[in-house]
Design a protein around this ligand. Structure first.
Ligand code: ADP
Ligand code: ZN
Ligand code: ZN
Length: 738
């Protein structure tokens, strides 16, 4: 039988790293809408069944009909949202990733598992008010009736059973006509008509008003804007007022915030402003709750959707604006699997929908800043804080040749002391958790190194152990030096635990709160500490960047940066940009309320010109200077890069493969005429991690399209290469770290 007799073939994207689709025949029972793009289907795959999405319809297959298997069933009555499917296709193509894997990543777990799309509903029980219910012979039912009567808006089943009542008792009441059950959708009820605001908007200052007016100029078209506003300058107020205008047209706003930024305080701020439904996508949600939010957004019922990185994949029925807060934040980039950047996808998405895009930051990424300076994005600026005090200048203090206690210089300790006696709080920023960066033998110079990585192990005291922060391996503390047997082992340098201990010794009567990943592991402990801090008693906060970003700490008037040198001379060309952003954000915690702030920055390089410029003129000036340097060096954002990472337990295997890939690519580039450079391979800055060797091959081009053509060729070469199956490899488009 010829294969071409009107055959319907469903091309299905499956959860597989392979960059290809799989052909299936339709099942005998079509779904109500017929076989359409975007339908989830359950299909046989090898000996298993998996969930996939139909992404193409065809009338031929490369396989003979006899080898095609049929879809087992359609899982949806209607296709998944169009805009979502578009974004997934775009991301898969842009990041050179398998479409099937992308779709899986971008849908809520419940959909991945094959559950239906409908939003979760909840059963509420209500009393039918009667003056004399005939329940004298059923005391338990009488009690239940009394309980329901106290809740005129109804009680969910779970709450009823928490009061010790059973489902049977509820049904008995219902039978007697004394109770009714009602199904409600959990999140996002209908938007209220009339006033959108629950609390009034703030009257804007001149700069804010100008920024908002600029945004209002084009609310129904693609309108990318960078809002560059110093810390505390009222960017969030602009977001809120933009959302208001968008909601007034019945349209939705998608707000992305950094991982650290989605706190109950942030949510409360959005929720207390609006009477329209505000839903949030955060890590604390259960899978069914996550699906609810997805559905509320896809159906258009939720008008404001706030979430971290992956929220960019939320479908929107009536998209009106996309806002990316702290657009420079590293948490927008995913570092494994689909290596996407949520801010960059936000740009693509706003363009696709034809809606405004607002990127906000006190410390914009050089990528976005360049777009704004070149005129591709509209550049909006806020230079003043509404509060009296402008962001404090950084005061550099010289770490060389001075004795330190717990990492702190005498001048810093003096300033801490006087701040405390003035009744204020101090934030001590130190980007290393643990007690000390390493343990060393004073007799022979041995240092505790990780057996699996090219790195030292961090000394912890609470509990006492050595831990590698790169692979998480742990070891007991040795009693004596494993090299020479000496007992003179000493902690080298300071981490948060040591600084905490020192400060507690120096200021025994003052509370010292340590905030890092170790101290906040328990659920809600961070919230508890923040609550304590907000009470406003004088205290010391010792924290990593967890505390340094985003939080409004009104009682902090002094910030001390224990060591500012991390990014100054790093191998990664972005390290300086990232460390300057962090410093500026940390500094921005000081003096946000009634009293002015002071920021002391300890450094071994007080004469470093970049650090000097940051201290004297702020991030904005340094960023513009760094852009000039990037332009001269032909680095991003003036070129585009892609990184091939190859890793293997055998260094030789990874290196040889990367060399062959590089050679093949170079030869192909010569014939293709593409102006793309291939650099390397070179070992990754930390070559051995978790006992695997990491090798990099870099591609760079001044035209994005050319980079993509080359990267795509390389990916195909790798997929076809037998040796490549024996190693792990990945392609990273626009890599953020080396
Ligand atoms: P950013 O998002 O730029 O860090 P916020 O929006 O959090 O700044 O604003 C910082 C503080 O200033 C907040 O307490 C906010 O309520 C207040 N604020 C913002 N805009 C105004 C305004 N126009 N008038 C008075 N206070 C304002
Ligand atoms: Zn020794
Ligand atoms: Zn390690």
């Amino acid at each position: 039988m010829p294969d071409t007799v009107s055959l319907q073939v469903l091309k299905v994207a499956l959860p597989s790293p392979l960059r290809r689709l799989f052909d299936y025949l339709p099942a005998s029972h079509p779904p109500p809408c017929g076989w359409q793009l975007g339908l989830r289907v359950r299909v046989p795959f090898g000996r298993r069944e998996v969930v996939g999405v139909i992404v193409e319809l065809a009338d031929t297959s490369e396989l003979p009909r006899s080898q095609l298997r049929a879809v087992s069933e359609a899982l949806d009555d209607a296709p998944l949202p169009d805009d979502w499917l578009w974004l997934c296709r775009f991301a898969a193509r842009y990041y050179q990733h398998s479409l099937g894997d992308t779709l899986q990543h971008a849908m809520p777990a419940r959909l991945r598992q094959g559950h239906p799309m409908a939003g979760r509903t909840q059963t509420l029980w209500l009393a039918n008010m009667q003056t004399q219910p005939a329940l004298s012979r059923a005391p338990k039912q009488a009690e239940l009736y009394a309980l329901l009567s106290q809740h005129p808006h109804g009680l969910p089943t779970r709450a009823v059973s928490a009061h010790g009542f059973t489902r049977d008792q509820l049904l008995a009441l219902t039978k007697k006509g004394l109770a009714t059950q009602q199904e409600i959708v959990l999140t996002a009820p209908e938007p209220p008509s009339g006033n959108l605001l629950a609390t009034p908007a703030l009257p804007l200052n001149r700069e804010q008003a100008a920024a908002l007016a600029a945004l209002h100029e084009k609310l129904d078209g693609y309108h990318p804007c960078l809002l560059e506003g110093v810390t505390g300058s009222g960017k969030t107020e602009i977001y809120l007022q933009l959302i208001e205008s968008v909601a007034a047209k019945g349209k939705q706003s998608l707000v992305l915030v950094p991982e650290i930024g989605l706190t109950p305080q942030t949510l409360a701020r959005f929720r207390s402003r609006f009477r329209v439904p505000v839903v949030a996508l955060h890590s604390g949600l259960t899978d069914p709750e996550r699906l609810d939010v997805w559905e509320a957004a896809a159906s258009g019922r939720a008008l404001v959707i706030i979430g971290t990185r992956s929220a960019i994949f939320t479908p929107l029925a009536n998209p009106g604006a996309i806002i990316v807060d702290e657009e420079h934040d590293g948490s927008y980039k995913q570092h494994d699997g689909l290596r996407y950047h949520a801010r960059d996808l936000a740009v693509a998405r706003a363009h696709y929908h034809g809606i405004p895009l607002l990127l906000g930051s006190a410390t914009p990424s050089l990528e976005s800043l360049q777009q704004a300076l070149s005129g591709s994005y509209r550049h909006l600026r806020l230079t003043q804080r509404p509060s009296r005090h402008q962001p404090a200048k950084l005061e550099l203090i010289d770490l060389r040749h001075q004795r330190r206690q717990g990492g702190l210089l005498p001048n810093a300790i003096k300033a801490i002391k006087s701040t405390l006696s003035a009744g204020k709080q101090v934030l001590i920023f130190i980007n290393r958790r643990g007690f000390a960066p390493t343990l060393a033998c004073h007799a022979c110079g041995w240092m505790a190194e990780c057996g699996q990585c090219d790195s030292r192990m961090t000394l912890h005291r609470q509990p006492p152990l050595l831990a590698c922060h790169h692979c998480d391996s742990r070891r007991a503390l040795p009693d004596a030096c494993p090299e020479c047997g000496s007992g003179d082992l000493r902690a080298l340098g300071s981490g948060t635990e040591r600084t905490e201990e020192t400060l507690q010794g120096l200021f025994p009567k003052v509370a010292v709160h340590r905030i890092d990943r170790d101290s906040t592991r328990k659920k809600d402990s961070f919230e508890q500490i923040l609550k304590e801090i907000h009470r406003g008693e004088p205290c010391l906060l010792v924290g990593t960047q967890m505390l340094a970003k985003g939080h409004h700490l009104p009682h902090v008037t002094l910030v001390v940066v224990v060591n500012a040198d991390g990014g100054l001379y790093a191998a990664d060309f972005r390290a300086l940009e990232h460390s300057a952003q962090l410093l500026e954000q940390v500094a921005g915690r000081a003096g946000r309320a009634a009293d002015p702030g002071r920021v002391l920055v300890q450094t071994l390089h007080p004469d470093d010109p970049h650090l000097g410029q940051l201290a004297e003129h702020g991030y904005g000036a340094l960023a513009r200077n760094l852009l000039e340097e990037r332009r001269l060096a032909q680095l991003p954002p003036f070129t585009f890069m892609a990184l091939l990472r190859v890793e293997s337990p055998q260094e030789e295997a990874a290196l040889t493969l990367a060399q062959q890939a590089g050679q093949a690519l170079r030869e192909w580039l010569k014939t293709s005429g593409l102006a793309t450079n291939c650099l390397g391979p070179v070992p990754a800055p930390m070559e051995r991690r978790q006992n695997r060797y990491h090798i990099h091959l870099m591609l760079a081009a001044s035209k994005r399209s050319q980079l993509h053509t080359a990267a795509s060729w390389l990916v195909q070469w790798m997929e076809a290469n037998r040796e490549a199956r024996k190693v792990r490899w990945s392609i990273d488009i626009d890599p953020q770290t080396l």
